[in-house]
Design a protein around this ligand. Structure first.
Ligand code: SF4
Ligand code: SF4
Ligand code: SF4
Length: 190
């Protein structure tokens, strides 16, 4: 076991886990989106924000390299409600890994930003360490290709400079980045 895989100090049974899943979903989504909620509470209701439409994003990788910030304001977010809690997670493991172990060469994420906690055989809970995420989209691409698509990319409003013209929006091949009003300041995948 390496640092990307952790034991759950408070293990839960699958039954409890599924019963709790509604609150986990809401809690997980809100926790990862707390930044935007904070900013929205300070912003006026007439303000607009740059957001990614998760139904259009194709995880091309340009969000990592085209943001004006040295480390992109775009991060992977996770909707736990959609996640299958799979052992063989397409976002966590690279394609065609021979052994399901956490050796670095098996990991999809180049920065070790995806953590997982054992729940009950064969289920794992996945979370993103936003401080390590560079917005490359590799995990989201893997998850959407081989899994349920619960990992996806979003502009974090607590980091975004809200540029007049988002540089990423100019190069996005899917026209996935758009300005949205206050009421839709966080487009969730649900
Ligand atoms: S694979 Fe890329 S987008 Fe996904 S968590 Fe790691 S750094 Fe972030
Ligand atoms: S608006 Fe500016 S800071 Fe925000 S994601 Fe786009 S380029 Fe990055
Ligand atoms: S540039 Fe567009 S398609 Fe590429 S990762 Fe960003 S939002 Fe998705």
């Amino acid at each position: 076991m390496n640092t990307t895989e952790q034991s759950n100090p408070n293990p839960v049974t699958r039954r409890n886990f599924l019963r709790m899943s509604g609150s986990i979903v809401a809690g997980g989504a809100i926790a990862s989106l707390s930044g935007v909620l904070m900013k929205n509470s300070l912003a006026g209701e007439t303000d607009y924000f740059w957001q990614i439409d998760p139904t259009k994003c194709t995880y091309c990788g340009r969000c990592e390299t085209n943001c004006v910030l040295s480390i992109s304001a775009v991060k992977c977010v996770h909707t736990h409600k959609v996640c299958g809690y799979c052992d063989l997670c397409g976002g966590y493991y690279r394609t065609n890994v021979k052994d399901l172990n956490t050796a670095a060469e098996n990991m999809r994420c180049p920065t070790g930003a995806i953590k997982r906690v054992y729940v009950e055989d064969p289920y794992f809970e996945y979370t993103i360490d936003e401080s390590l995420c560079i917005g490359c989209g590799k995990c989201a691409k893997g998850c959407n290709s081989f899994g349920n698509g619960s990992l996806y990319m979003q502009v974090k409003q607590d980091l975004c400079k809200n540029c007049n013209e988002c540089k990423i929006s100019k190069v996005c091949p899917s026209n996935a980045i758009q300005r949205v009003p206050y009421a839709k300041a966080y487009i969730l995948k649900d």
